[in-house]
Ligand binder design. Sequence first.
Ligand SMILES: [Zn+2]
Length: 273
Amino acid sequence: MKNIFIIFLCASLLLCAREISLLPDGKMHLYILDVDQGDSFFVVTPQGKHILIDGGPNLSTLEHLGKYMSFFDRDIELVIVTHPDADHITSLPNVLHRYTVNNILLSGALHTSGRYQELLDTISQKEISVLLPSPTQDILIDGITLDIIWPPPNIVGLHPSSQNNFSIVTRMMFGNDTILFTGDIEEEAEQLILASGVNVRSTIMTAPHHGSRTSSSTGFLLEVNPDLILISAGKDNRYGHPHGDVLDRYTSLNIPIKTTPSLGTISMKFDGV
Ligand SMILES: [Zn+2]
């Protein structure tokens, strides 16, 4: 009986310590989740709200959310679905079932995969508020500004030949830090974004399309001018992401990188100053 009491006490203390460590601390936390070959990024705002950008190629995003969210908190303020490819959405129907998602941002491009349809069905079944990219309306959450710089709104309802170039690109601003989330855009979208004249300069950038050879064009890198590039990819993945030529390009421009294959989940903290 005494042993059971001690085990219960230890478990309670551990749970308390975990919950205390997850209390809002006035900082923005960014997690590049280690989900294998795909993308899933999680942001905790200074007041403890949650933003999820993509849901990876498997269900591991759910496991990660369990680690970084309070046991008693089931709310996600915003889910951004950069584009409907399987390596970005696979966990999302489950996320929508397990958590209360207040808003979901979709690119507006059409797609016919079963998993994407399941996601759309879940959104409508749960009556989740759907947002579409707007060039004139930023999203503000707890002192964080999300400027959705791509795609343009006139793609709504289109069946694009390449989903990648219609990925949602978000410039997230908090204090002096700016993070550019690029989805799977390739050179064509990079050039169109530059041609639009929008401000892309950012201190941190996620590597477009996992560092593929068809992305990260020099002109785009020069304009974004990041101090750090974060790469989400699977170890020894069959696509060869990130590509050696692209890594050489980053090196030649003196841009350091951090990758999930070498580091696992990457976590960063921002003070907002
Ligand atoms: Zn991808």
